[in-house]
Design a protein around this ligand. Structure first.
Ligand SMILES: [Zn+2]
Length: 118
């Protein structure tokens, strides 16, 4: 997925958030400001989590491809052997769990498995 596709995806997602909040408001005409805030936060956190995960996945695959030599081991400097993509679960600040895909490498010298930074 390239950045243009992502833009379209996020645009559609943010429209969903807006429409969802508006619809929720119609169903909860007596909601207090705090309740509205909580509902808005919940939906925005979800949007944020998906956006972060998309962005993280986009950045790393680009980096791995551009760098012809590939990442090196931070301990001994040997070139990492790519082991394909692995999924990692991370927590966002809003408490959402996101799954990001990371290219995973293993050092042939010291055997350490590494998710290159990105
Ligand atoms: Zn090493």
């Amino acid at each position: 997925m390239d950045s243009e596709e992502l833009n379209k995806k996020w645009q559609a997602m943010s429209e969903d958030v807006n429409a969802g909040v508006a619809e929720w408001r119609q169903q909860h005409p007596r909601a207090t400001f705090r309740e509205i805030e909580a509902e808005g936060d919940r939906r925005l956190d979800e949007f944020r989590a998906r956006m972060l995960s998309d962005t993280a996945n986009l950045g790393v695959s680009a980096e791995w491809k551009e760098n012809q030599d590939g990442p090196v081991c931070p301990k001994c400097g040997a070139k990492l052997v790519g082991k394909g993509k692995k999924k990692r679960r991370l927590q966002t600040r809003g408490g959402r769990e996101v799954e990001i895909e990371r290219e995973y490498g293993v050092c042939p010298q010291c055997g350490q498995g590494i998710f290159p930074p990105g």
